[in-house]
Design a protein around this ligand. Structure first.
Ligand SMILES: Cc1cc2nc3c(=O)[nH]c(=O)nc-3n(C[C@H](O)[C@H](O)[C@H](O)COP(=O)(O)O)c2cc1C
Length: 202
């Protein structure tokens, strides 16, 4: 069984998403001795924003690509192969400016490809990458699960992107209110860690 572990928070130490994604991966490794883990740190090594070369390369045979397009294709193909091979994804996704880090968006821009992970039909788009289990760690400074939910373009957006490629088995482990104060931060962390224990038990 293969697990793809994505982190996208800019900071290494003190990172809540990194701490929690690591706990999920360790717990799953404990439960599945055969788990093959690939860790991709999207902050340390970010895929470039989509460019004309990157997009053209997605639909162009290699022998017709320019050197710049071949370089982009190498990035895209590596990310796509890792994604398609994974049975389980663990995604660290802090809220940045109400949405997700641009590094994580850049990763989705590489793997959402017509004909590879989704296709359009007369009845609407169909996802081609279903059957994966996804754990998302969502961290945010404020609280959006109650009266600020209209400002949350992070969690539903991630569910939409994954759903578009056919992935519906998604669990969100949330730590929110992290910037409110030490007590709120500790509570949020404890609640998320409890959710990880419950997930693993289930
Ligand atoms: C650039 C940036 C933008 C952020 N934007 C928001 C935001 O819109 N809403 C919010 O509640 N918290 C926001 N935060 C706080 C982070 O979501 C929070 O600190 C989270 O824990 C970061 O993840 P990490 O702990 O893994 O680094 C922002 C933090 C940064 C660095």
């Amino acid at each position: 069984m293969k697990l793809l572990h994505l982190d996208s928070g800019l900071f290494e130490s003190q990172s809540i998403t990194r701490k929690l994604t690591t706990q999920i991966v360790q717990r799953l490794q404990h439960d599945h001795a055969d788990l093959e883990v690939t860790h991709r740190d999207l902050a340390a090594s970010a895929p470039g924003h989509l460019s004309a070369d990157a997009l053209i390369a997605m639909g162009q045979p290699a022998d017709q690509q320019t050197p710049a397009q071949q370089a982009e294709a190498a990035v895209t193909d590596t990310l796509l192969a890792e994604f398609l091979a994974a049975d389980i994804l663990v995604i660290g996704a802090p809220m940045y400016n109400f949405s997700i880090p641009s590094q994580l968006k850049a990763w989705f821009d590489r793997v959402l490809q017509a004909g590879k992970t989704f296709r359009y039909t007369a009845e609407g788009p169909v996802g081609l990458a279903g059957g994966k289990r996804v754990y998302i760690v969502s961290a945010r400074g404020g609280v959006y699960s109650t009266n600020l939910s209209a400002l949350d373009f992070q969690e539903d957006y991630l569910r939409t992107l994954l759903g578009f490629v056919g992935i519906t088995d998604v669990s969100i482990i949330r730590a929110e209110g992290l910037a409110i104060g030490e007590e709120a931060r500790n509570q949020a962390l404890a609640s998320a860690e409890g959710a990880i224990q419950d997930l693993a038990a289930a």
